[in-house]
Design a protein around this ligand. Structure first.
Ligand code: FES
Length: 908
């Protein structure tokens, strides 16, 4: 945790101002209400002091304010005629090399504003131009004639994004920004975070828009500090679980641009290609705009909402009457808001009378929930992201945040570049691995052995916190006895990780003062995923690096925008809102008192069990909300058979997905840009989601759809607004008792547990005691067991699946945006040795066959994958990747073993 910042007092234009120690004179001037021109400066970047437009006098000496520290007692003058003349001269010199249109009305840039203030006009811009444009990239355009070589874009790309894609080339007045690779922008390493567009002061770098493009200056004036302004809506990103705050600029009812909020609690003015640019899906012509009912001829035909709600009501009631409430099930959505998830589980429990509700955390982080609850007591990451990036050693396991959670990846990389030691454990050479002090590459499915090996070294070399283990942990003796049989040489045999690397990694983590663990689906999506989470958590406990000031715990990176919230809200078959067990009479009584009706006590079906019940004929109705289960769930053939076997399937969707195409009734849903509510991000922060645009046609929020169906069944779900739904949830769940929309509108983000409206949230967990029944952290002494799938002569390669940077999950949104141009197909990465062995060339189509199915992809030959392993995403359902994955699942939670599938690859 950071200590209190020290402050300094100085005098600016006769006015006393106080700034934080380390601030610049530019900051001090800003604190005094003086806005200086500062063309090479951006508060998110390190200062370079190259443009000389921010000149001031400090204690009589001329100084560039941006690079001069604010020292206590300094007397600063900013507004004398001499200084204004000097600044005007500096700006005029810069402008003289530009063509006159640089200051014309078509380029409303920061530079143009500065020139206007200083009385510099287009007549001062005398450059001849002719350096040309680069419009090769779908999202980032460059007009070289407007570049003043301030270097802000280059530093943004390096310091904030961590991609190092840009450089300044040329000499003197011909210096201009260019992709470091030398070719067109579209072929560079640019990952389109938009940071260069946001910081460019001249309009040289723009994003597509009216005229030649939208400059940062054109966008920024409409971004208010006041979220109530009518043309900009502050909301939370609806792609991954990072929870970036975004300002959506709206013109004529459509999204004009999406900008990262400078004061975003997590993203701090940064975004990724998805949140920043991939909003074209909202106006895709493929959006569903009316309810569709399958007719006698087997075709989906438009019907009114009234007819759709009445039909659903009648079919659900018929199933309940004939087969009982447990013949109905629902899959809720990590894409939907908390309030929609809350209402959906309430509908199932109070209107239908079943606990048959689950959400897609079953397919990703259910082992995190189970493992973290068993080890520490609560189902969430242990520490705040702001603290995590202060760690002096990061252990990043089974995660590729540079691609899957780019804003987190960039901040972790920044920590590493500033000196934090970095250990990456992942079979692939993921983005952070290139910067790692140690990269451990365990064979897929051997995590538990790897973590036991690390624990072995920590214990053998006495790199453990004895006081913490004595006072705050249980199970030390059992774990020590178990890991004694996991010496580095033995672990090397089990995992393929060289013993020396294992020891080096353990020493880095073990000797750090403030270590932190970040992990992803590479830990959870295994046959023994829960054991993986628990044995990874062992390391933090051994070090006393959880719930203390000696480290920042164990933190899962959540895949979907609201996968934490969907579970928090009780969209789970065994848990109520706030994680009360349905089997616990006291927890049920709390919910029943608020809902005014009985809550069933028998835990419901998990998603794989729902599909099995459908195939067996016992599940008679299934409502799938915002989840293309035919694209994302493993062993797709079995999922399709389940939907085909179920007599009535409802699907709420944005697009005619593969699941929608198999449904009996399809409801057109609103997207995250069209909804009111809240999301919970990966570090347990509740943040507001606000509608920026209206849903197309008759599309409605899932919140409205649930009310409509309940009404058609003659029931009133209460809580008629999302705000009322969160308020009601707060009455049931002590963890959320202090939360409300009003509070989140005032405070922006609050981390749960938040039991008291007057108290703060809890960004860091377990500072006094763990939330287990005995208050202790529980070490897990579970042995390593092999994965469910192993390669053989027929299927000699191991397939790992994950995400690519340009797309998201099944790609339903990103494929319907400009991102499709950035990554138009699903690729199969394979090592050059394997490519040669199987006669496969880069870029050619390949057939991938497992014991379960077949897929078709495009080969990408790369050393990022180890020999014997291949990697692909599942962003394009037509490639059929999830026909390959097996039915093996984590024994504790039924989370699929997506990360280990034996396959063979052939050219086709
Ligand atoms: Fe200070 Fe450029 S902003 S020198």
């Amino acid at each position: 945790m950071s200590g209190a910042a020290r402050e300094v007092t100085l005098v600016v234009d006769g006015r006393s101002v106080v700034v934080a120690e380390g601030a610049s004179l530019l900051d001090a001037a800003g604190a005094a209400g003086v806005e200086l021109p500062a063309l090479c400066s951006d508060s998110r970047l390190s200062p370079v002091g190259s443009c000389r437009t921010c000149l001031v006098r400090a204690d009589g000496r001329l100084a560039a304010a941006c690079v001069t520290p604010a020292a206590a007692g300094t007397r600063v003058s900013t507004g004398t005629e001499e200084l204004v003349d000097l600044r005007r001269d500096a700006v005029r010199t810069i402008v003289s090399a530009l063509p006159s249109y640089a200051l014309g009305p078509q380029v409303p840039s920061e530079l143009a504003r500065v020139c206007r203030d200083l009385g510099i006009g287009p007549q001062d811009a005398r450059g001849s131009g002719g350096r040309g444009r680069d419009d090769s990239h779908p999202y980032v355009h460059l007009d070289r004639d407007l570049c003043i070589a301030c270097g802000r874009c280059v530093r943004m790309c390096a310091e904030v994004q961590g991609t190092f894609a840009l450089t300044l080339t040329g000499r003197g007045a011909d210096t201009v920004v260019a992709p470091g690779t030398g070719g067109p922008w579209a072929e560079s390493d640019c990952v389109a975070c938009g940071g260069c567009v946001d910081t460019c002061p001249t309009g040289a770098i723009t994003q597509p828009g009216e005229g030649s493009g939208l400059t940062s200056a054109e966008l920024l004036p409409v971004v208010p500090r006041d979220a109530a302004a009518p043309d900009v809506v502050r909301t939370t990103c609806g792609f991954c679980g990072v929870g970036c705050a975004l300002d959506v600029a709206v013109r004529d009812g459509a999204v004009a641009a999406v900008l990262p909020a400078r004061d975003g609690p997590v993203n701090q003015g940064h975004a990724c290609v998805k949140g920043r640019f991939a909003h074209g899906f909202a106006v895709s012509e493929e959006r569903l705009t009316t309810p569709l009912l399958r007719g006698a001829d087997g075709r989906l035909e438009p019907v009114t909402w009234e007819a759709a709600a009445a039909h659903i009501a009648q079919r659900l009631a018929t199933a309940v009457d004939a087969y009982g409430p447990d013949s109905v099930a629902a899959i809720s959505s990590a894409r939907a808001t908390n309030e929609e998830n809350y209402l959906f589980q309430k509908f199932l429990r109070t209107v239908i009378g079943t606990n048959n509700i689950d959400n897609c955390s079953r397919l990703c982080h259910a082992p995190s929930a189970a493992g973290l609850v068993a080890s520490f007591g609560l189902s969430g990451g242990t520490d705040a992201f702001d603290d995590l990036v202060r760690a002096d050693c990061l252990l990043v396991v089974g995660a590729n945040p540079v691609e899957a959670h780019p804003v987190v990846g960039a901040r972790l990389l920044r920590s590493s570049l500033r000196g934090a030691r970095l250990v990456v454990a992942d079979p692939r050479e993921v983005g952070l691995a290139r910067y790692a002090d140690v990269h451990l590459r365990p064979r897929p499915g051997t995590n538990v052995a790897l973590f036991h090996g690390l624990a072995h070294v920590l214990l053998a070399e006495d790199l453990v916190d004895h006081g913490f283990l004595r006072e705050r942990a249980g199970g030390v003796t059992e774990l020590a006895a178990l890991v004694a049989s996991y010496p580095p040489e033995q672990v090397a045999r089990l995992t393929g990780v060289p013993a020396a690397d294992l020891v080096a990694a353990a020493r880095l983590y073990g000797r750090a003062e403030r270590p932190a663990i970040v992990y992803g689906l590479g830990v959870t999506e295994h046959l023994h995923g829960t054991d993986g989470v628990r044995t990874l958590a062992n390391l933090a406990v051994l070090r006393g690096a959880v719930g203390t000031g000696h480290g920042y715990g164990v933190n899962p990176l959540r895949g979907q925008n609201n996968v934490q919230g969907a579970s928090d809200m009780g969209a789970l078959p065994d848990l109520l809102p706030g994680y009360g067990k349905v089997a616990d009479p006291a927890a049920r009584a709390r919910a029943e008192a608020v809902w005014g009706g009985a809550v069933p006590s028998r835990p419901g079906l998990r998603i794989p069990d729902m599909f099995a019940a459908a195939r067996a004929g016992t599940l008679r109705a299934l409502w799938v909300l915002g989840e293309d289960v035919c694209a994302t769930d493993p062993d797709t053939g079995n999922v399709e058979r389940a939907l085909d076997s179920c007599p009535f399937v409802v699907c709420s969707e944005l697009f005619p997905s593969r699941t929608a195409q198999r449904a009996d009734l399809v409801l057109p849903a609103a997207s995250w840009l069209e909804k009111d509510g809240t999301f919970v991000n990966f570090d347990r922060r509740f943040q507001r989601v606000r509608p920026a645009i209206r849903p197309p046609g008759q599309a409605r929020t899932d919140f409205a759809a649930l009310h409509a169906v309940a009404t058609a069944m003659g029931r009133d779900l209460g809580c008629t607004t999302p705000a009322a739904a969160l308020a009601e949830c707060a009455r049931i769940a002590p963890l959320f008792a202090g939360l409300s929309h009003d509070r989140l509108d005032r405070e922006t983000a609050v981390a749960w547990p938040c039991p008291d409206p007057a108290g703060p949230g809890t960004p860091k967990l377990y500072e006094e005691r763990f939330a287990t029944p005995d208050g202790l952290a529980h070490l897990a002494a579970v042995p390593y067991l092999p994965p469910g799938e192993t390669p053989d002569d027929d299927h000699p390669l191991v397939l790992v699946t994950g995400r690519r940077w340009a797309h998201y999950n099944s790609g339903s949104m990103t494929r319907r945006s400009g991102n499709l141009g950035l990554a138009p197909v699903d690729q199969l990465d394979l090592h050059p040795d394997d490519a040669a062995r199987h006669g496969i060339r880069d870029g050619e189509p390949v057939a991938v066959e497992s014991r379960h199915g077949r897929a078709r992809l495009t080969a990408r030959i790369s050393t990022e994958t180890a020999p014997g392993q291949v990697f692909c995403a599942f962003h394009f359902p037509t490639s059929g990747v999830n026909r390959l994955t097996s039915g093996h699942a984590d024994h504790a939670t039924s989370c699929p073993e997506y990360k280990v599938t034996a396959v063979r690859v052939t050219a086709c």
